[in-house]
Design a binder for this molecule. Structure first.
Ligand code: BGC
Length: 735
């Protein structure tokens, strides 16, 4: 297919890989309030963070508790051990688990016959667990902490507000978007007695084929850092005193987003230099933002399984990055040292390695009781010292205390909060986040916005009338909302009557008096629906414009592995055929970049990305002035102010993302072409101009050099800064 497609609109509620200014949209006051609040505090010590030392009462508890009780705090068990498929809670099982193992934490979505519980349902179950726990004979009464993947809103809790996935939040280039999304998600979770989310997801989505691209904040270290920190702040805020907040969990530490083959959990080969310069910054930003917890990752790096690695989970995470919070494993990871990674020859050896060498505090076991049994034996034998158990149990207890679980009503249901779950004002914030993430790649002859002359709109394609395809994986069910909870038919009934499909949205906003018709054409796998495309093509000829919506089936983790990033051929054929007879607006709904142009060339000699990182259009056009600088000499002591004037030279008000890239043509380690070092999203009224200033610091040119000291190298010489299409050189002097 050549560029037969006349106009392309990428309006992606799952993913926007080229990030941009968005089209003019109505402005919601809520998001602006969030921006203001966030803007005021995000650079200060306003937010809480875990402290380096345990409180005196925690230290006292550690002295009195038995080894079994402390190991219980380090153990996390899945919900399916106490919940039957019909949703019934097996309280006898919980009593037994607490009596025998003093389990410290449970996880996962609560549902009955495939239907998720609502906030009240969650709150009741978790209260029941804690009532049983507090009745259990033990040295102290310690409530459990419930963990859940609240990764784009509390999507496992019926009727809670779902927000855009991480990749969309990043595409907004507005940190208030992840901040506001996390605030709502925290409130809905806390109302449900879920005090701990496994988010934000800070993997750099380096391998585009990887089925977890959409969960992340993209592939850029700075963007992921800013968005990740905002998300942590939104979830946690003042979590040590504010009882509408929950603990964030930065994940997956580290190197998970670069699987060699693109398959989930494949090995990553990452030289230390690149680990420090690209993969570490988002985690460092989350630690600096105060993340209370972290999750280690499934992968190995250069053959070293992260879960058993002193290098990554002790030296890097604790000693270098100064993470004082609580570290949980990913699902079954300690046992995986034996069963998957091939590093330990028994579960005993795996447990010994993980606990001795790393700083893991809690094992997401999660479906049996091997971990507490084995760890207890290792402590009894003297293989693992009690001090090591105290270190981890202490972190779990401190977290629980900080979240208010030791307070009289800290673990009890907050009825006032329950009433706010799914409230309309939260929907508005989520919709604004989605709007801010829309990315317009191409708009030939100003096809968009559709004008008054458009009377007949034909919508075709499989993703137009299914919320399931819009929402993607990790929505309602792990694999998305499908009839079989796996890769079956999309099932929109699971959205509790909420949500607006692309088709509904078009109908609601189409020019007055226009007629909107829908014909599916092909299914998500590209199979023609109804035997032939002739009725689609006839209708296409007759329409004023055809909106073609194509994309991916929902998926999460390994079940989403693919071996070819080209979209289903039948979907591409649909676009090609329709574009041959009429003007097309193409809407892509994807969790990762998928090829629709088979003629795109990407090899070493011929790199032609269709759209570079940061590309995006809006209905406005902006003109950039030349860059002016306060000095042409940059030193570690004296930063330089670089300014541009951005003019909205169109008759439409709009937002623009102003990006600052830096580069250094010569340095001791081959330099990257350019690196994003700053961005600002601005609203500029038609005809108006705005001056944007960036502070350029010498640190922007630091890197991990030949000697492999993290960020230890800074070379004097010419450096460049680029804003818009303009660039300017500075002289970097070290003294
Ligand atoms: C995923 C994690 C998730 C955990 C619990 C794992 O398979 O990798 O991201 O938090 O399951 O659901």
């Amino acid at each position: 297919m050549t560029m037969a497609v006349k106009s392309i609109l990428v309006a992606i509620c799952l993913v926007a890989t080229s990030l941009s200014a968005e089209a003019a949209t109505p402005v919601n006051p809520a998001i602006h309030i969030a921006t203001k609040a966030y803007g005021r505090h995000h650079n200060t010590s306003y937010f809480d963070a875990p402290s380096a030392h345990f409180d005196a009462d925690i230290q006292k508890m550690l002295k009195k508790m038995t080894i079994k009780e402390k190991i219980g705090q380090m153990t996390q068990i899945n919900q399916n051990l106490f919940q039957l498929a019909d949703g019934t809670i097996n309280t006898t099982m919980i009593e037994w688990l607490q009596k025998e193992y003093f389990i410290g934490s449970y996880l996962n979505n609560l549902s009955g016959n495939g239907v998720n519980f609502n906030a009240q349902g969650y709150a009741d179950v978790i209260s029941t667990i804690n009532e049983i726990t507090l009745k259990t004979k033990s040295t102290y009464k310690i409530p459990t902490i419930y963990g859940l993947d609240v990764v784009h809103g509390a999507h496992y809790i019926a009727n809670a507000t779902i927000s855009p996935h991480g990749i969309n939040q990043a595409a907004s280039f507005n940190p208030a978007v992840p901040y506001a999304a996390a605030e709502i998600a925290a409130k809905d979770s806390r109302a449900s007695n879920v005090l701990w989310t496994f988010a934000p997801i800070l993997d750099l989505a380096v391998n585009k084929q990887w089925p977890r691209v959409y969960e992340d904040f993209g592939e850029d270290p700075l963007l992921a850092s800013v968005m990740g920190a905002a998300s942590v702040h939104g979830f946690q805020g003042n979590y040590k005193s504010n009882r509408t907040k929950i603990a964030a969990c930065m994940k997956h530490f580290i190197g998970y987003g670069a699987p060699r083959s693109g398959e989930d959990r494949d090995s990553s080969w990452i030289p230390d230099r690149f680990l420090h310069d690209y993969f570490v910054p988002p985690f460092k930003a989350a630690i600096d933002a105060g993340t209370a917890t972290a999750m280690e990752s499934y992968n190995d790096i250069n053959g070293e399984a992260v879960v058993g690695s002193k290098k990554y989970l002790r030296t890097l995470l604790r000693d270098q990055l100064k993470f004082y919070g609580m570290l949980v494993t990913d699902w079954h990871e300690i046992e995986n040292l034996f069963e998957f990674h091939g590093v330990s020859s028994s579960v005993e050896a795996a447990t010994e390695l993980a606990i001795k060498e790393t700083s893991i505090d809690m094992s997401m076991v999660p479906q049996d009781l091997t971990f507490p049994e084995v760890l207890y034996k290792l402590v009894k034998k003297g293989t693992i010292p009690v001090s090591r158990i105290d270190e981890s149990a202490g972190r779990v207890l401190q977290l629980k205390k900080d979240l208010g679980l030791f307070e009289k009503n800290g673990w009890k249901t907050n009825k006032a909060l329950l009433k706010t779950v799914g409230q309309k004002s939260d929907h508005e914030v989520a919709i604004n986040g989605a709007r801010e993430s829309l990315t317009l790649l191409k708009n030939d002859k100003n096809t968009l916005p559709l004008g008054k002359s458009v009377k007949k709109i034909l919508v075709v394609g499989p993703t137009a009338n299914k919320l399931s395809y819009l929402a993607g994986g990790w929505t309602i069910a792990w694999q998305g909302s499908t009839v079989d909870g796996w890769q079956g038919e999309a099932d929109d009934k699971q959205f509790y009557g909420n949500g607006v499909t692309i088709l509904d949205g078009i109908k609601q906003t189409a020019p007055k008096g226009s007629q909107v018709t829908y014909l599916q054409g092909v299914d998500i796998n590209g199979n023609i629906v109804g035997g032939s495309l002739s009725s689609v093509l006839d209708a296409a000829k007759d329409a004023d414009v055809v909106i073609v919506t194509i994309g991916e089936h929902p998926y999460a983790e390994a079940p989403g592995n693919i071996h070819d990033i080209t979209l289903a051929q039948g979907q591409i054929d649909l676009v090609t055929k329709v574009a041959a007879v009429n003007k097309v607006v193409l809407v892509l709904t994807e969790g990762r970049p998928r090829l629709v142009y088979w003629r795109q060339v990407n090899d070493n000699n011929n790199w032609q990305p269709l759209y570079e990182f940061g590309h995006g259009l809006s209905y406005s056009t902006f003109a950039y002035s030349n860059i002016t600088v306060s000095s042409t000499t940059l030193t570690p002591k004296d930063s330089v102010k670089a300014s541009v004037i951005v003019k909205n030279s169109s008759p439409v008000d709009g937002k623009e993302v102003v990006l600052l890239f830096v580069s250094q043509p010569y340095r001791s380690v081959s330099p990257p072409t350019k690196l994003l070092k700053g961005f600002e999203k601005v609203f500029i009224s038609k005809g108006k101009s705005q001056k944007i200033d960036f502070e350029i610091t010498a640190d922007m040119f630091r890197y991990t050099g030949i000697n492999d000291v993290p960020g230890g190298s800074l070379d004097a010489g010419v450096v460049k800064i680029q804003i818009g299409d303009n660039s300017i050189s500075l002289n970097l002097k070290l003294h």
